[in-house]
Design a protein around this ligand. Structure first.
Ligand code: GTP
Ligand code: MG
Length: 202
């Protein structure tokens, strides 16, 4: 997809503060530091749109980015970061849970994992939770540039196996560094955004 316009719209810590224009939303979930914000920058071709950091815990709110006036990419706080206080983790968890279960314009959740390593316990719990609630999901295995191309298939197989993925669910290999997977991911996002209905929960 050609991104003509990508703009930051708002940060929210409460569902009542989210946009009410009804545009379809694609959310990014994943471990802290896995590369969610970097992925948004690569997808939009705007290097500094979403703030990234080598220190985990950078993104602490739901951050909305409007793309071509027709959909939102929603950057979310990462999970599994031990240094965030228990209280903060609980709050983020609750916010994410309500967002994913109640947000009627949410059309797809991208579950971002690190292709270098088998998914963590938290990744598995997240996938299982999405599958259990029948929330449309797409696993994106990022940092592909850190693994030799010949080893991609075995790493993707390890992701599938560890997450115990359903046969119909796909994994897309991605790299924010090189752009691997960008076209394929946009295609999927475009399809999800066009899905008729007001999202997952209608
Ligand atoms: P939180 O906001 O803390 O949850 O992290 P995040 O998931 O948004 O991660 P972020 O995009 O900030 O990236 C974390 C670190 O990983 C940064 O140092 C990025 O430069 C690096 N990174 C992200 N994606 C890639 C990738 O595809 N390849 C490589 N080599 N590094 C990446
Ligand atoms: Mg981030």
């Amino acid at each position: 997809m050609r991104v003509n316009e990508a703009e930051f719209v708002l940060s929210a810590t409460d569902l009542s503060a989210l946009p009410s224009d009804g545009l379809p939303e694609i959310a990014l979930a994943g471990r802290s530091n896995v590369g969610k914000s970097s992925l948004i920058n690569r997808l939009t071709g705007r290097k500094k749109l979403a703030r990234t950091s080598s220190v985990p815990g950078r993104t602490q709110t739901l951050n909305y980015y409007r793309i071509n006036g027709s959909m939102y990419l929603v950057d979310c706080p990462g999970y599994g970061y031990a240094k965030v206080s228990r209280e903060t983790r609980r709050k983020w968890g609750k916010l994410m849970e309500r967002f994913m279960l109640e947000r009627s314009t949410l059309n797809l959740v991208l579950l971002i994992v690190d292709v270098r390593h088998p998914p963590t316990k938290d990744d598995c719990a997240m996938y299982e939770w999405l599958a259990h609630h029948r929330i449309p999901r797409l696993v994106v295995a990022t940092k592909a540039d850190k693994v030799g191309k010949t080893r991609w298939p075995s790493h993707v197989a390890a992701v599938r196996k560890t997450l115990a993925m359903e046969a119909d669910d796909r994994v897309i290999l991605f790299s924010s560094e090189t752009g691997t997977g960008t076209d394929e991911l946009w295609e999927r996002i475009g399809q999800a955004a066009e899905r008729k209905s007001s999202g997952i929960h209608s």
